[in-house]
Design a protein around this ligand. Structure first.
Ligand code: GDG
Length: 465
């Protein structure tokens, strides 16, 4: 089988410890190992000007995979990463046009970095390599390679939602972005609504002819598909089980009979944290029987802290957590623990298992792996309850969760009350339904289905482009 080349904004360099790697990294590494492969991406570092030769790539061979990584200079980091990727595409694709800060200079920087990354990859490519490009940072990547004569199969997977045309068309370069996306052979989405939203946008821009999942537009032929990303349920179960580290033994004792609500995500406005804090406050206000008997722990490590909107939400949460604890706490009881910290992955899975409710209420999310991890970490004989936003891609699969509208604080409060009082029989039944889905649609299925379809993109589709 021909070699696989994966391109993603961030590369996960091998650390030697499989357990600390996230599920997505494991999925990509497994895919690369199957055929031998190359992983090309940013190492997360910012170079001083003149520190690195433009064409330098750090090469590393490990376990049958070649890692080719690079640093970005400050200007590229600002324009390509902070501004266009994370202050234009990320908010717009998560339906937050109010947070979009579009500047033409950032768009030009985004295109320029994509051009340069494509040029630097060229000498490493072999004629029959299959390329798999990941996420919104790299929408123009295939188009840049095609301009340089690359005829290999090139696929793309979008990890985040694709917005409806009303939102997408507000991006000044929306036509250019769509035209670039049409140069991929296969575009993979998390859900059918994302795929439809993309095709609706293309159809509004230009005549679109579709036969099943093969489409023709702007002189290109491309396929689309839906590949909901999964987890490794058994590996999560293993991490969650087993002896507790000493500090968790103390924590468990400290909890006593209190029921524990856990939430964990990167500190990001798409995850609905302020709305969730208010829903918890509504629970304390309208269901006073729970006061003193519950504890909500919110883990939210800082993410993209150089972007203004992320600094703003961090301050907002600090204020809200203080206000709620000030209003409802007592000398012996703190209702809300807000931890703006990163936790070790194994520890996190154990915390998930120890808690009674997983509260996952993003305002918009491509998939949401935390929801899936929370379920997989549970004790099958005494599982916790998942409360899940209907606006997470995962809600299409985890229909046995308590599905809520994250904008409706009273509905979320009612779901919290329902979860706090749910019988063990019902919890087990919901858990079994969700585990069956997680096992069927695991991370291996995600990558094998996608790559099988990419490798099968037929020759006539490709030559007509
Ligand atoms: C994007 C899309 C899509 C979180 N806090 C800590 C920690 N995490 C881990 C979780 C999980 C991962 O980070 C987050 O994945 P999500 O899927 O929940 O969300 P995004 O980061 O926004 O991911 C999303 C995903 O891509 C994959 O396609 O599902 O929709 O937005 O694995 O456990 N891990 C550790 N400490 C933390 O404090 N170790």
């Amino acid at each position: 089988m021909s070699r696989l080349v994966v391109v993603s904004n961030r590369i996960a360099l091998p650390t030697g410890s499989k357990s600390s790697a996230g599920g997505l990294t494991v999925g990509i590494v497994d895919a690369l190992k199957t055929t031998g492969g190359l992983w090309y991406g940013w190492n997360g570092e910012i170079n001083e000007i003149g520190e690195e030769d433009e064409d330098d790539l750090a090469m590393l061979d490990h376990d049958g995979i070649t890692y080719a990584s690079f640093g970005l200079d400050q200007n590229d980091y600002d324009l390509y990463y902070l501004q266009f990727s994370n202050a234009v595409l990320w908010p717009a694709f998560h339906y937050r046009l109010d947070l979009v800060n579009f500047q033409r200079e950032a768009w030009e920087g985004y295109c320029r970095v994509n051009t340069r990354l494509a040029e630097r990859l060229l000498p490493l490519l072999q004629p029959d390599d299959v390329l798999w490009i990941h996420d919104y940072h790299l929408l123009p990547f295939a188009a840049e390679l095609r301009k340089r004569g690359v005829t290999n199969r090139i696929g793309f997977f979008l990890h985040i939602p694709f917005p409806t045309p009303e939102i997408f068309n507000a991006l000044p370069p929306h036509q250019e972005l769509l035209a670039m996306m049409c140069e991929y052979d296969l575009l993979g989405f998390q859900t059918d609504s994302d795929r439809s939203a993309f095709l609706d946008s293309v159809g509004q821009l230009t005549p679109l002819v579709s036969t099943d999942n093969v489409h023709q537009a702007l002189g290109h032929t491309f396929s689309t598909g839906v590949y909901p990303i999964g987890i490794e349920p058994d590996s999560i179960k293993q991490m969650a089980e087993g002896p507790l580290p000493p500090k968790m033994v103390a924590m468990k004792k400290d909890l006593g009979d209190a029921k524990n609500i856990i939430a964990c995500e990167r500190l990001d406005y798409s995850k609905g944290l302020p709305e969730r804090f208010l829903a918890y406050e509504a629970l304390l206000e309208h269901y006073p029987q729970h006061r003193g008997n519950i504890r909500y722990s919110q883990i939210a490590p800082t993410s993209r802290g150089d972007v203004q909107a992320y600094q703003d939400i961090r301050h907002q949460l600090q204020t809200e957590a203080g206000r709620i604890n000030g209003n409802y706490g007592t000398l012996g009881w703190t209702p809300l623990y807000y931890l703006n910290q990163h936790f070790d992955r194994r520890l996190l899975m154990k915390i998930f298992r120890l808690t009674d409710i997983g509260l996952v209420t993003p305002l918009r999310d491509g998939m949401n792996l935390v929801a899936k991890e929370y379920v997989a970490a549970q004790d099958p004989d005494d599982p916790g309850v998942l409360i899940l936003s209907r606006f997470a891609g995962a809600a299409n699969e985890l229909t046995a969760a308590l599905i809520v509208n994250p904008y409706d604080r009273d509905e979320v409060a009612a779901a919290l009350d329902q979860a706090l009082t749910m019988s063990r029989t019902e919890r087990i039944s919901r858990y079994n339904d969700m585990m069956a889905v997680l096992r069927r649609n695991d991370i291996t299925r995600w990558r094998t289905d996608y790559l099988q379809d990419l490798r099968a993109v037929n020759a006539s589709q490709r030559s007509s482009g």
